[in-house]
Structure formats: structure tokens, C-alpha cells
Design a protein around this ligand. Structure first.
Ligand code: NAD
Ligand code: DAU
Length: 347
């Protein structure tokens, strides 16, 4: 068996990663450590619930001592997804982001060293590079680190702490920095699920500022394939940028495509006050991971966007329960009595 410790596996990208591991690595034995904050939802993993190769531990990455006994090493891989991930929330409440993203990452690095770990993957973001003007070349791994939001700054600190653990202690760390993901089970505070679910319900679509900000969209499975490659074959100390191949679009262009797929009118679009410090454009140069690890994105936006809309159409029960808050009782129902759970209470 190959032992994987995954943090944040009840969130959007982490739950898709757990599902991919179970499907594509028959020898994988996984422990999923997640605090189940508002963004964590075990219903994201309902279809693999009960798989004997997957175990859930409720725990806070910033308080590893409260659950370490339930997740003893050595680990072949530690993949650290858990984070506070929403830029708007970081503007309102930066301290929570420092605790989870900075302290939590240092604690996970210490945990990995103490328990023994073959490779530690730090899941990072392209937002650490800041913003681009329309004609600028894409971010490379040598672009300066210039974060513009408390979220991005906390993720930059986390990447640098991971690098320091590699240089100081020789922990085998690999860092990935990916652009905007889309796919199933994304929490509907983020742009695409918010807009799709609002449009389906004929609710207004709040576009920040002029809506001409550009994001470099990548399907979550392509991101997770890159993480899998980085874990299994990545170079110690390497940083791998991961981005869409055809994914650069303005927010307004994405919205118009969504409305046209749904057959809804553009009159649903409402321009609202801009996000503070709003990054204008992200664009990623993925040449290093392509050349070194042979990674290629496989899902184009032309295929991926209609499939995404279809997923939200056919999973209305899932997002109704998220939007109404009903999903918050799932853990207690499924696990409460059986596991108790370490870590702090969810916020
Ligand atoms: P998400 O918000 O959907 O999920 C985060 C998960 O972490 C949740 O399950 C939550 O319960 C858990 N969590 C939060 N605080 C915790 C704590 N203190 N202890 C344990 N668990 C905790 O986020 P996501 O979009 O799936 O992002 C996952 C990772 O990928 C993050 O590190 C994020 O920075 C990075 N990333 C995201 C994107 C994107 O487009 N969404 C792109 C690049 C990188
Ligand atoms: O680039 C990777 C990052 O992508 C990840 O590190 C973050 O965790 C993830 O949240 C995402 O950050 P963004 O800020 O780009 O994503 P978000 O979905 O919040 O917004 C996408 C764009 O849409 C951005 O330009 C802001 C805009 N937007 C967003 C919301 C929620 C709106 O216009 N209206 C909205 O209501």
C-alpha cells in the first residue's frame, strides 16, 4: 500500500483529488484530515463514503497535536490542500487566513517531518505572483512574488515556509501554483458556481467592476493530475506552475457563455462595486511541468463549460443543501457518534 495524508479533502479540489486517487491508484490508502469549516463538506465525497481505503479525521491543520495520534506516519505522501481560499473573505477577516494558511502550513511541515514523509506537496496558487496587464507575458516560476490580497499574501508565506523546510531540514517538498479551477463540488461563493446557480434561479449575477478581469481557467481534474505527477515524480524543491492552455477569458465573456448555454437573458448581469485591490489578469506559463513531467491539460473550456453547467443542473440537490446551509449537519449525522473527532470545532 502507498500511504497518502491529504488535508482539506472535504473541499472542492481536495475532494476531487481523493476521488481521483481512489480511482487511479488501487494501492492508495488515504487519510483525509479536514476541519470542516463552512467550505468543507463530506457530501462532496458521498459517492466514495465507506471505501475501506479512505479514512476521515476531523482536525485543524493549525493544531496538529490534537489529531496526530489518529494519523500516525510514516507517510509516503502528504498533500496539503487545506486553506482558507476565498479572496473576499480574506479582505474582511485576514487573521483567520494567517492562522490556517501560514501557521497551519508550518504545523503540517513539522508534522510531516516528525511522522516521516516521502514527499510533501504544498498546493499553492498563481495569485502569489500578483497581477498582469493585458499585454504582459504569462507568470513563470521566476516571476516576482507580489501578492495583492491577504489571501494571496498568506499563500505566499506558506510557499516560502515550505521552501524553508526543504532547505533547512531536507524535507522533500514540491510546490505547485495553479490558476483558477472549475469543476464539480466548488463552493458556490466562487465566481462560476455562484453565477451558474444564480442564473438557474433567475437571480441577479453580481459582476465586480467592469467585469473585464481575466482569469486562466483550468479543469480541476487537470490540476489534480498535475499534483499527482508532482507528488510521484516531482523534483525536491521544485515549483511547478499549472495553468489552462486555452483558458484565458474575461469574467463577462464567461458569463455570456454561461447565460447562452442556459438560455437565460443577459439582463440578469448586474455590475456591482469592485473588489478592493482586484487583480486584473492572471496567466500562467506551465512550460516547466510540461517539459519535466510531461503534464498536458486535457479539458478545453469549450468542452468543460457546458459540462460544468450540466453538472450543476443534475446536482441541484447538492447545491440546494449548500446554499440553504443544510449540509452543515451531514458530519454529525454520518460520523459524530462514531468518531468524535480531534481538532477544534468548525467555524
Ligand atoms: P476550499 O475552500 O473549497 O476547501 C478548503 C478545505 O480546507 C475545506 O474542506 C475546509 O474545511 C478545509 N480547511 C480550512 N481550514 C482548515 C483548517 N484550519 N484545518 C483543516 N482543514 C481546513 O478550497 P479549494 O478551492 O479546494 O482550494 C484547495 C487548495 O488549493 C487551497 O490551498 C487553495 O489555496 C489552492 N488553490 C485553489 C485554486 C482554486 O481555483 N480554487 C487554485 C489554485 C490553488
Ligand atoms: O487563481 C487561483 C485562485 O482562484 C485561487 O487561489 C483562489 O482560491 C480562488 O478563489 C480563485 O481566486 P479568484 O479571486 O480569481 O476567484 P473568484 O471565484 O473569487 O473570482 C473570480 C473572478 O470573478 C474575479 O475576477 C472576481 C470575479 N467575481 C467574483 C465573485 C465571487 C465577480 O465578478 N463577482 C463575484 O460575485
Amino acid at each position: 500500500m502507498t500511504r497518502w495524508l491529504v488535508t482539506g479533502g472535504a473541499g472542492f479540489i481536495g475532494s476531487n483529488f481523493v476521488r481521483m486517487l481512489l480511482r487511479e491508484r488501487p494501492d492508495a490508502e488515504i487519510v483525509n484530515v479536514d476541519l470542516l469549516t463552512y467550505a468543507g463538506n463530506l457530501e462532496n465525497l458521498a459517492d466514495v463514503e465507506g471505501d475501506p481505503r479512505l479514512r476521515f479525521v476531523r482536525g485543524d491543520v493549525a493544531a496538529t497535536e490534537t489529531w496526530a495520534a489518529e494519523a500516525r506516519g510514516p507517510w509516503d505522501f502528504v498533500v496539503h490542500f487545506a486553506a482558507e481560499s476565498h479572496v473576499d473573505r480574506s479582505i474582511e477577516d485576514p487573521v483567520t487566513f494567517l492562522r490556517t494558511n501560514v501557521t497551519g502550513t508550518q504545523r503540517m511541515l513539522d508534522f510531516a517531518r516528525a511522522e516521516g514523509c516521502g514527499t510533501y506537496v504544498q498546493v499553492g496558487t498563481d495569485e502569489v505572483y500578483g497581477t498582469l496587464a493585458p499585454e504582459d507575458p504569462s507568470f513563470t516560476i521566476d516571476s516576482p512574488i507580489r501578492p495583492n490580497s491577504p489571501y494571496a499574501a498568506s499563500k505566499a508565506a506558506a510557499d516560502l515556509l515550505a521552501r524553508a523546510a526543504w532547505r533547512t531540514h531536507g524535507l522533500r517538498v514540491v510546490t505547485t501554483r495553479c490558476s483558477n479551477n472549475y469543476g464539480p463540488y466548488q463552493f458556490p461563493e466562487k465566481f462560476l458556481p455562484l453565477m451558474i446557480t444564480n442564473a438557474m434561479a433567475d437571480l441577479p449575477l453580481p459582476v465586480y467592476g467592469d467585469g473585464l478581469q481575466v482569469r486562466d481557467w483550468l479543469h480541476v481534474d487537470d490540476h489534480n493530475r498535475a499534483i499527482l505527477l508532482a507528488a510521484e515524480r516531482g523534483r525536491a524543491g521544485a515549483v511547478y506552475n499549472i495553468g489552462g492552455h486555452d483558458g484565458e477569458r474575461t469574467n463577462l465573456a464567461m458569463l455570456r457563455d454561461i447565460l447562452s448555454i442556459l438560455g437565460k437573458p443577459e439582463s440578469l448581469i448586474r455590475h456591482v462595486e469592485d473588489r478592493k485591490g482586484h487583480d486584473r489578469r492572471y496567466s500562467i506559463d506551465s512550460s516547466v511541468i510540461r517539459a519535466e513531467l510531461g503534464w498536458e491539460p486535457t479539458v478545453t473550456l469549450e468542452e468543460g463549460l457546458p459540462a460544468l453547467v450540466e453538472w450543476y443542473r443534475s446536482h441541484r440537490a447538492w447545491w440546494d443543501r449548500v446554499k440553504s446551509g443544510a449540509y452543515r449537519g451531514y458530519y454529525e449525522k454520518m460520523y459524530g457518534a462514531r468518531l468524535g473527532g480531534g481538532g477544534s470545532p468548525a467555524r
